[in-house]
Design a protein around this ligand. Sequence first.
Ligand code: SAH
Length: 354
Amino acid sequence: MPDKPILLDLTSEELKTYLITLGQPAFRAGQLFAWLYRGVPFPEMSTLPQALRQTLADQAIDLPLRLHAAFPSQKDETVKFLNACTDGNLIESVLMRYKYGYTLCISTQIGCKMGCAFCASTLHGCVRNLSAGEMAAQVILANRYLGEKGRVGHVVLMGSGEPLENYDQTVRFLRLVNHPGGLNISLRSVSLSTCGLAPQIRALADEGLPVTLSVSLHAPNDLLRQQIMPIASRYSLRELMEAVRYYVTQTGRRAVFEYALIDRFNSEREHARELARLIGHLQCHVNLIPLNRVEERSLSPASPEAVRAFLQTLESLGVSATLRREMGADIAGACGQLRNRHLKEADKPAIINS
Ligand code: SAH
């Protein structure tokens, strides 16, 4: 028997076609779309006829994820979620509270195959891509968790996985998340983070989706970058910077560079100067991140003094830069850490949903 379709994977036009094949009038699509994005299960979609609700429940999937466990931070308002896919795989998302509202960091793949030396997500390889509906469901479940407290207003594709390696489903998700009949999140409030797949950055620039492009740089030259990021051997920094420049020109959005400061590796003043030369000509901003120590990796974070000196050097050279606040450090905040810990079954979550 073929797998049941996940209705959250469908655009509103495709949903219309699907309902027509079930002998339903097209206007039901708008109703169904709205219910799906509010996370309401088929049996409770009260504006739909009872018989249709039954048919849908028999033939399709409303929400492709189930909240498995939530880990609220004791230090701030960050909450980390482990969600279960219909095939039993677990994925993580992180909810953060900022002055301007709630931001959700979502996963785009189960695991990752990019092999970055400092990252926990890639330790067990990539199991599979997530579908657009599985990405959207992470937002829907976070909204459900928030309830009366609020709604997710910003989404960052910075969880496990390389979004541009899962290009089609990621782009489909971006169009869905923006739909006024569903989540209605402005694309200007969405950031996509990539380790630097230059051709896909160019393709994304041509999609007409003004999301913020965040590039994980982590080194100011090819030699250094190749030591920690295998993708650097596929695309040179020159190719990457040309693609980023194209993205900035096409979308009018400034680019963001992520730079994790690693002790005795990329955090000297000279590295900051080299970084400024590399990106100085671009409309951009640098997010400095103190490396999050990952148990399985041997790299250490740069000292607070080195971090301060690095930031100051960038600023003195006219590069816009900030130090990213650490959030949820007590709940395995870094990429992929929580899922790995769970794979080892070491930890007991604070809240379990069975
Ligand atoms: N694959 C995408 C998105 C996922 S990673 C990418 O590479 O951008 C999200 C961000 O967390 C990236 O900037 C990544 O380099 C960074 N990151 C991963 N592990 C980290 C660690 N241990 N400490 C600090 N940043 C880390």
